[in-house]
Design a binder for this molecule. Structure first.
Ligand code: HEC
Length: 178
């Protein structure tokens, strides 16, 4: 009985805190996905064509972290995108990375591996695709967010991490110093 309830508990843990992978089955069809190359001889992820408009809610087929790192950020980091990114970051990332992004979230503090500082120079030197890839595939401990955040939403979060987080972090440090 104990074994059975353990099995049930494991089944009910959405793939260790991720949504079910099959929740996107209907979207996985033969059609060419945004940024996917239609040319099998040149399978690298493609930039969006000039003057095209990204459509929210679409799936981007990206094979692995290596491919993600090479992706160009298709969403301009304007005020609107950064604001949307901030909203999503506060929901999905703050528990571990903290409001400051430095890894001081309530959950992050309890992890064996402290969530990396997202305001570090080390991360600043990495391409946008690295942050997109971390959200898409997760890390050793960090869960993937590909089933919770659409690709467009993930790029908004990238824009916030790049352009808004340091300001939020500095504001928090200033208010706690008071
Ligand atoms: C459950 C805790 C947790 C949550 C929630 C979380 N992360 Fe992480 N994150 C980690 C940990 C732990 C690491 C360290 C690397 C690893 O897990 O392999 C990490 C690493 C990273 C890195 C790599 C940093 C580097 O220097 O290479 C990025 C980028 C990142 N997270 C972004 C995010 C974003 C954006 C979100 C929100 C969508 C998020 N994380 C949500 C725990 C978390």
């Amino acid at each position: 009985m104990k074994k059975l309830s353990l099995a049930v508990a494991l089944l009910l843990t959405p793939a260790l805190a991720q949504a079910w992978p099959w929740s996107q089955d209907m979207a996985n069809q033969l059609s060419v996905k945004p940024q996917e190359s239609p040319d099998s001889a040149n399978p690298e992820p493609q930039s969006f064509p000039k003057r095209s408009v990204p459509v929210p809610g679409t799936t981007v087929a990206v094979k692995d972290m290596e491919a993600a790192v090479k992706m160009a950020n298709p969403i301009p980091a304007d005020e609107k995108s950064i604001a949307k990114g901030a909203q999503l970051f506060n929901i999905y990332c703050v528990p571990c990375h903290g409001k400051s992004g430095t890894g001081d979230g309530y959950v992050g503090a309890k992890l064996i591996l402290r969530p990396f500082d997202l305001t570090s120079d080390q991360l600043a030197e990495k391409p946008d695709g690295h942050i997109f890839g971390m959200m898409t595939f997760g890390g050793a401990i960090m869960p993937p967010y590909a089933y919770d955040l659409s690709p467009t939403e993930r790029w908004h979060v990238v824009n916030y991490v790049r352009k808004g987080l340091k300001k939020a972090s500095a504001a928090q440090a200033a208010s706690s110093a008071k």
